[in-house]
Design a protein around this ligand. Structure first.
Ligand code: PGA
Ligand code: ZN
Length: 423
């Protein structure tokens, strides 16, 4: 039985306020009380169709305070859920959704609903004395996700001139998670050395990757290739690349073009696709996220037709972890993978439904952090619970990023069948 719910305002990795929730349940038989805490991340390149993250909008924290949201948790949501069985996750989430009553959680705030939803799941796992991944995934939770590590940060995640947002390395020859993490970290350190040798800054961006003053994707991939080789690995065979274009951030609606201020060029949708074709030809690029704008369904269809059999085409802002939008993408054959961010939709149940939907359609799922993160590691357990192929948690650097990777190392020790599936 849920006996208390308590929300509070804490800071995220960018120094902005976010939500943390404590849920306390009491067992009927022994009267023992169990408390679990979970927190809510926050994006910078948020999709237009994401559930609403409520902010106070008053002078505190430049308008970013979340005391209103805390109030929703400690009063309306608390009142609604007190006395419910904490093991009834779907029922709990349904009650929260009904209480909010809107399509996009604008009433209570998705930051309120998600915090409570995740903390309930965590509390339930504790009550059953089970690891969270096992509680969420049952006996079928057996596969660890391969890390996609964002080692070069650009776009709105860094103050450099790089227009594309993320350049990632994916250790494809690793047979276990711990091996993949080691390979990625080694390449990361060689990359730092190479950038430093060339007189570039090695300060890191929001997701722990370096934020050098490079301008083009070609320049970045050349550095990544060199770093992989320096570390003693073969590009493509051992370490592949992935990118998040975050194209919605570059898109100019009036002119229907993509503006690259750093590179000082403008590209049409067709030119964007041609650029991706060129990058796939030149480098071992296996995944392109948000290659086009979040509303460009036709463009995505074209993208899928032209390069869909050569790379993963991942919808982040396009799908926003929303089953309705994912269904639309499946019908239109507009992508082949979904980025899953729990705070884009606002409850655990809806996020898990979205994952199930994409797996059924043969889409890959990639469980993802946000650029503004906390020290929590719920998404690591979620990724294992649903046997997701990949996890995105930034570079192997900055505590809030490594928290997720380190949790996966712990889970790996608990799983006997933790070897990766063959790609
Ligand atoms: P965000 O970026 O958390 O700032 O939205 C992450 C992403 O676009 O994948
Ligand atoms: Zn993205």
């Amino acid at each position: 039985q849920i006996v208390d719910i308590h929300g509070r305002e804490i800071l995220d990795s960018r120094g902005n306020p976010t939500i943390e929730v404590e849920v306390t349940a009491q067992t009927e038989t022994t009267g023992k009380k169990i408390t679990a805490i979970e927190s809510v991340p926050s994006g910078a390149s948020t999709g237009k169709f994401e559930a609403v993250e409520l902010r106070d909008g008053n002078p505190r924290y430049f308008g970013l305070g979340v005391l209103n949201v805390v109030d929703h948790i400690n009063n309306r949501i608390r009142k609604e859920l007190l006395g419910m069985n904490v093991l009834d996750q779907v029922k709990i989430d349904r009650r929260i959704i009904e209480l909010d009553g809107t399509d996009n959680k604008e009433n209570l705030g998705a930051n309120a609903t998600l915090g409570v939803s995740l903390a309930c799941a965590s509390c339930a796992a504790k009550a059953l004395d089970m690891p969270l991944f096992r509680y969420l995934g049952g006996t079928n939770a057996k596969r660890l996700p391969r890390p996609m590590m964002n080692v070069i940060n650009g776009g709105v995640h860094a103050a450099n001139l790089l227009d594309f947002q993320e350049f990632m390395i994916v250790p494809v020859s690793a047979s276990t998670f711990s091996e993949a993490l080691r390979m990625g970290a080694e390449v990361y350190h060689y990359l730092k050395l190479l950038l430093h040798e060339d007189g570039m800054l090695t300060a890191v961006g929001d997701e722990g990757g370096f934020a050098p003053d490079l301008h083009t994707a070609d320049e970045v991939f050349r550095y990544l290739t060199k770093a992989v080789e320096k570390a003693g690995y073969k590009p493509g065979e051992d370490i592949a690349f992935a990118m998040d274009a975050a194209a919605s951030e570059l898109y100019d609606e009036e002119r229907d073009v993509y503006i690259f201020p750093g590179e000082e060029v403008i590209r049409s949708a067709d030119e964007m696709i041609s650029l991706y074709e060129h990058l796939i030809d030149e480098y071992p690029l296996i995944s392109i996220e948000d290659g086009l704008n979040e509303e460009a369904w036709e463009g995505w269809q074209k993208l899928k037709q032209r390069i869909g059999d050569r790379v993963m085409l991942v919808g982040d802002d396009l799908f926003v972890t929303n089953s309705k939008r994912i269904r639309c993408g499946i019908e239109l054959d507009a992508a082949n993978a979904v980025l899953v961010k729990v705070n884009q939709i606002g409850t655990l149940t809806e996020a898990m439904d979205a994952i199930e939907l994409c797996h059924r359609a043969g889409y890959q799922s990639i469980i993802s952090h946000r650029s503004g993160e906390t020290e929590g590691s719920f998404i690591s357990d979620l990724a294992v619970a649903v046997n997701s192929g990949y996890i995105k948690s930034g570079a192997p650097c900055r505590g809030e990023r490594t928290a997720k990777y380190n949790e996966l190392l712990r889970i790996e020790e608990q799983l006997t069948l933790a070897k990766f599936e063959k790609r």
